[in-house]
Design a protein around this ligand. Structure first.
Ligand SMILES: Cc1ncc(COP(=O)(O)O)c(C=O)c1O
Length: 387
């Protein structure tokens, strides 16, 4: 395998020796104590660290889970519990998980939801501000405005704002197509939430832990979310998730929520080692290598007219394919063929959105590996188009 640029692998690469050592050391001490019943050192240390690192000032409280979807479930419950409101806003294109609560917020593909209804009531989907860089399409600013207007229309005609508990948003839509919102959008959304006492919940499950060149993507817009949902990259592949909430809103008693394995000591030890590695240079590397990757991919656009867009932040970079001779319509088949050609060459990529391929390598990726990946991708496109 030449390069592994898909999204399900550990941010620190496979079996980083420091992470493996931390797991071994913890495994020799004890494998499990239920964190909902008793505290233990790695869990407390990790909670303190996450409280410091997560976006937003002020004290935070952390609830540990085993996965992304469980983290979203916890956030739905806390938002409803704290506000005593039922309704929730989520976005078209969103992916928040596949258990029934999180699936109710997920709206990236109808097939994810098909035959599982009724899902939880009170969830309203609005457009995520997306624009295509092709002729005749909306501008980033108009995309942001339209999304905010859709929420205001909802408030005016369907449900008053004081019945909304939370807005759940991915700072960069992942499964939805690696969509970076226009610069002004997330601060506007935060202001709207504050105005109506609605909690802002950011799903950083895909974008967190250095992926976008900052510890959390929310930092790109100086957001101060009420709840941050984290998982995936947190523990280098060990099953762990964390809901990090402002202390003032964590008003529920300990009996309101719990988990037998969430925050397992071995997973917490792996997370502490992972965070050290991120702080010691991997976040910085993600920013640098991400810029290189985006620059190199953008340069390919002049040769491959089917590359409609190259977008992303840090090492969360997407390339969208279109039919240039058909009004720039998304070209899903071409995306699939390019992905297959890349796979045959040893470059692992995954699709997202309608016709986007995502580049999402481990944060240890080197400049040489980036150059190799871009070369293979460049070769794969004409092979896939038959040009
Ligand atoms: C943004 C986002 N939220 C939530 C999830 C669900 O995470 P998990 O698969 O760990 O349940 C995912 C998984 O892809 C995700 O990308």
């Amino acid at each position: 395998m030449l390069a592994d640029l898909k999204n399900s692998d550990p941010a620190t690469g496979h079996s980083h020796p420091r992470v493996v050592q931390a797991i071994e050391d913890q495994a020799r001490k004890f494998l499990h104590i239920c964190g909902s019943d008793y505290y233990y050192e790695p869990m407390v240390a990790l909670a303190e660290k996450l409280g410091r690192l997560a976006p937003g000032s002020g004290a935070k409280k952390v609830f540990f889970t085993n996965s992304g979807t469980e983290t979203i479930e916890a956030a739905i419950k806390l938002a409803r519990y704290h506000t005593k409101r039922q309704h929730i806003i989520a976005f078209h294109g969103a992916f928040h998980g596949r258990t029934l609560g999180s699936l109710s917020l997920t709206a990236s593909r109808a097939s994810h939801r098909a035959h599982f209804g009724p899902l939880i009531p009170g969830v309203h989907h609005v457009p995520y501000p997306f624009y295509r860089r092709s002729p005749g399409n909306q501008t980033p600013e108009s995309g942001a405005r339209e999304s905010i207007q859709a929420i205001e229309t909802l408030f005016r005609h369907e449900v008053p704002p004081d019945e909304f508990a939370a807005v759940f948003v991915e700072p960069i839509q992942g499964e939805g197509g690696y969509i970076v919102p226009p610069a002004e959008y997330l601060p506007m959304l935060q202001d709207l939430c504050r105005k109506h006492g609605i909690l802002l919940v950011v799903d950083e499950i895909q974008s967190g832990f250095g992926r976008t060149g900052k510890m959390f993507a929310s930092e790109h817009w100086a957001l101060e979310p009420d709840i941050v949902c984290a998982a995936k990259g947190i523990a280098s592949g060990m099953p762990l998730g964390a809901m990090i909430a402002r202390a003032e809103i964590s008003t529920w008693p300990s009996s309101s929520h719990g988990s037998t394995f969430g925050g397992n000591p071995v997973a917490c030890a792996a997370a502490l080692a992972t965070l050290d590695l991120l702080e010691e240079g991997l976040v910085e590397n993600a920013a640098k290598m991400g810029a290189l990757l985006k620059e190199r991919l953008t340069a390919l656009r002049s040769r491959h007219k089917t590359m409609a867009d190259v977008r992303g932040l840090g090492l969360m970079v997407g390339v969208e394919f279109c039919r240039p001779d058909d009004g720039h319509a998304p070209d899903r088949q071409l995306r699939e063929r390019v992905m297959q050609k890349c796979f045959e060459k040893g470059l692992l990529l995954l699709g997202c959105g309608e016709s986007t391929l995502r580049f999402c390598p481990p944060l240890i990726v080197s400049a040489e590996e980036v150059e190799t990946a871009v070369r293979l991708f460049d070769e794969a496109i004409p092979e896939a188009t038959g040009a």
